[in-house]
Design a protein around this ligand. Sequence first.
Ligand SMILES: NC(=O)c1ccc[n+]([C@@H]2O[C@H](COP(=O)([O-])OP(=O)(O)OC[C@H]3O[C@@H](n4cnc5c(N)ncnc54)[C@H](OP(=O)(O)O)[C@@H]3O)[C@@H](O)[C@H]2O)c1
Length: 251
Amino acid sequence: MLLESKNAVIYGGGGAIGGAVARAFAREGARVFLAGRTRATLEKVADEIRSAGGMAETAEVDALDEQAVDEHAEAVAGEAGSIDISFNLITHPHAHGTPLAEMALEDFMPAIVTATSTTFLTSRAAARHMIRRGSGVILVFGGSGEPLRDYYIGGTQVAFDALESMRRQLSAELGPHGVRVVTLRTGGVPDTIPEGMEGREAIVELIEKQTMLGRTATLEDVGHVAAFVASDRARTMTAATVNVSCGALVD
Ligand SMILES: NC(=O)c1ccc[n+]([C@@H]2O[C@H](COP(=O)([O-])OP(=O)(O)OC[C@H]3O[C@@H](n4cnc5c(N)ncnc54)[C@H](OP(=O)(O)O)[C@@H]3O)[C@@H](O)[C@H]2O)c1
């Protein structure tokens, strides 16, 4: 197994991508610590993992709360002995559908503030423990994308671009301590769009049409790649972005 004896903290572990990554990490032998604001959704994922024979713990943590993030990381490192992997998969508030020229500042900023603040806080909390051990992996999700021409996404892409900048800076600062930082870049994962949502089919078709492979990444695909990147098999990879877009995004 790829992640045997690794401890992984997954913020947003009760969400679509966070849950899929948690299942994949647990399947590969990691003990996963799911953090989020709603116990019930975290416990649902944790129960599935435990039923399949994996190891999962949950904690209510608001990734915007500096003290809560630090105390949780401290508790995980204290109890488990290490934090080997940290992955922030929380959602960012967004106002889509309004052109930037017409958007209010208070609608533009929340995605950027949440993405950068929580990535800073969660990465910092993990890094402090990883530096002491001289190893670890911090994963980022989203990545840079082409500007969209036919859909208004407000501050969302700006937020993901900011995370790429943080990934570069963190890689440079943490590399000498043996800590890797890698982004997974996606063109959209249709499995995360709720069945029955208005316009779902059109969105899925749009994502599919943009790919070179004529199919899109599934949640399972994302989990497989994340598990590999988090594992020691990928020990050469840092300051890097891994493209999981089926060719929708061109590096
Ligand atoms: N789905 C895609 O195709 C796609 C593509 C590109 C990028 N992304 C990005 O990937 C991330 C995850 O997407 P997703 O589809 O898995 O979203 P999701 O299903 O909505 O899950 C996000 C999780 O984040 C948690 N969360 C939100 N705010 C939080 C906070 N302050 N502290 C702790 N947890 C918080 C939520 O749980 P609580 O509300 O209970 O805390 C939820 O479980 C998002 O940032 C999204 O923009 C997704």
